[in-house]
Design a protein around this ligand. Structure first.
Ligand code: FAD
Length: 295
């Protein structure tokens, strides 16, 4: 049943200090709302937990982009449309561009935020695999201070995060890839757009002297949380581009994942497709030509 708006209280602080004070006074009582694209679906269905909303969308400290030579720091309120306008995102993080384009349609891209996508913690969300592949870190703030958490340690279990009830995600920081790199993003869904992924894989590989010195693979929709394919990564790192152990990596990735059957796909389908997309990525990696300075 639809929710009844007058049953809800809402506060819309203009500063971060004010918002953190409200959260600290009654930890867990207030639900932060940014773009509202996930929360309003729950509201419409009468399934929004709690009756008090903390509208954080006006907090200027959660906005803005800091672009320095070694990294990019994005305010958690950045929308998909804003991400797509950033030259540095296109230049250094093309997987993030592809994931933003693959998210919903224009209305969702105009309102939905990167911070909301992270904290909604859907295993099928589109940006987490890219953030994992790029070694992102998230900044969590509260009245107690600020801390940075590697994004690959943030999701603990299904919808459980290293995020206290009085904390907000303030920024997402991405180290800029240096030297020669390879980027890959593939969302497998029923349609190219406006479909929740059945399997999503993002990868970034660093190449030196035609050897893969580092590989990071982020996966979505194949476990209770978005996760790094650590075993597959380890199977490939250190190998020359001419002799990538594709079949070994395909076997290893099956150890990394724990997919379930659901309405979108069977666990078996997800296992086969994850192996196939990984093999596709490694085949493209092996055939790639790299240009210094251009990811
Ligand atoms: C029609 C439709 C299509 C969609 N398509 C896609 C898709 O293709 N891919 C995809 O990944 N998602 C999709 N979504 C989901 C949604 O749009 C995204 O997850 C979006 O990024 C959520 O951001 P938001 O700001 O709207 O989050 P909100 O709904 O405002 O919040 C989501 C959660 O995050 C918390 N939160 C938000 N910001 C913060 C913060 N800074 N600190 C702490 N907690 C915070 C909220 O309390 C809430 O729990 C779709 C949604 C709809 C309605």
């Amino acid at each position: 049943m639809r929710s009844f708006l007058p049953d809800y209280a809402i506060q819309a602080p203009g500063t971060l200090a004010e918002a953190l004070g409200i959260l600290a006074a009654e930890p867990g009582a207030w639900t932060p709302i940014a773009g509202g694209t996930d929360l309003m679906v729950l509201f419409n269905a009468g399934r929004l937990p709690g009756r008090r909303l903390l509208d954080i969308s006006r907090i200027y400290e959660l906005r803005g982009i800091e672009d320095d030579p070694s990294r990019l720091s994005l305010g958690s309120l950045i929308t998909y449309s804003e991400l797509l306008e950033q030259r540095a995102v296109h230049q250094f993080f093309p997987n993030l561009v592809k994931s933003a384009r693959a998210t919903g349609a224009l209305a969702i891209q105009n309102r939905g935020t990167l911070g909301g996508n992270i904290v909604n913690a859907s295993p099928a969300a589109d940006t987490p695999p890219s953030l994992l592949a790029y070694g992102a870190e998230v900044q969590l703030v509260s009245v107690r201070g600020s801390r940075w958490v590697p994004y690959d340690a943030f999701h603990l279990d299904y919808k459980k995060m290293d995020l206290a009830p009085d904390e907000l995600v303030a920024r997402i920081r991405l180290p800029k890839p240096q030297g020669l790199g390879f980027h890959f993003y593939r969302k497998v869904g029923t349609r190219q757009a406006q479909a929740i992924s059945k399997v999503c894989l993002a990868a970034y590989a660093r190449i030196e002297d035609r050897v893969v010195t580092e590989l990071r693979v982020g996966l979505g929709s194949v476990a209770p949380v978005p996760l790094r394919a650590r075993r597959a990564e380890a199977a490939v790192a250190g190998h020359p581009l001419e002799a990538l152990p594709i079949e070994e990596a395909r076997r290893a990735v099956l150890e990394d994942i724990s997919p379930i059957d659901d309405i979108r796909a069977s666990a078996h389908y997800r296992r086969v497709v994850t192996g196939n997309v990984l093999a596709q990525m490694l085949t493209e990696l092996g055939q790639s030509r790299f240009t210094p300075g251009h990811p």
